[in-house]
Design a protein around this ligand. Structure first.
Ligand code: MG
Length: 161
């Protein structure tokens, strides 16, 4: 089959003393995401979707949180490595579709920048990357602003030849 599909999910806890980084973009906010790396939940969900599409496992396998090498890591750098792995295996990205679930802040003003940044890392047209943002209607941990979650779906297309 010349097509493969993958999905990814991630959630990180919101705390008071961290920057909020989503899709490689630092977003002004009074809370930020806690994690071993920069905790970019959107980029992590995308990486898991890409790895999942080729049944290659998950980011915890490639970039274990126990490895000091990844402390404070720029998730876009990790995404670059996952993208290289996909290409080495003979696949390219058809498109990505994602959802960020966050009660605050308003993400709409930042979505175009996130698409541009992710597209640059993945050598894609921003038009191949969908990013949607929704609140959780104040329900559950995301609704109580204890964390931000992200979902991603990736379609991979086999290289010609
Ligand atoms: Mg994560």
């Amino acid at each position: 089959m010349p097509l493969r599909i993958g999905n990814g999910y991630d959630i990180h806890r919101l705390v008071g003393d961290r920057p909020l980084i989503l899709g490689g973009v630092t977003i002004p906010h009074d809370l930020g995401l806690l994690g071993h790396s920069d905790a970019d939940v959107l980029t992590h969900a995308i990486m898991d979707a890409l790895l999942g599409a080729l049944s290659l496992g998950d980011i915890g396998y490639y970039f274990p949180p126990t490895d000091p090498q990844w402390a404070g890591a720029d998730s876009l750098k990790l995404l670059e490595q996952v993208d290289q792995l996909i290409h080495h295996k003979g696949w390219q990205i058809g498109n990505l579709d994602t959802v960020i679930v966050a009660e605050r802040p308003k993400l709409k003003p930042h979505i175009a920048t996130m698409r541009d940044r992710l597209a640059a890392v993945l050598h894609l047209d921003p038009e191949q990357i969908g990013i949607k943002a929704t609140t959780n209607e104040k329900l559950g941990p995301v609704g109580r602003e204890e964390g931000i979650a992200a979902y991603a779906v990736a379609l991979l297309v086999k290289d010609e030849g």
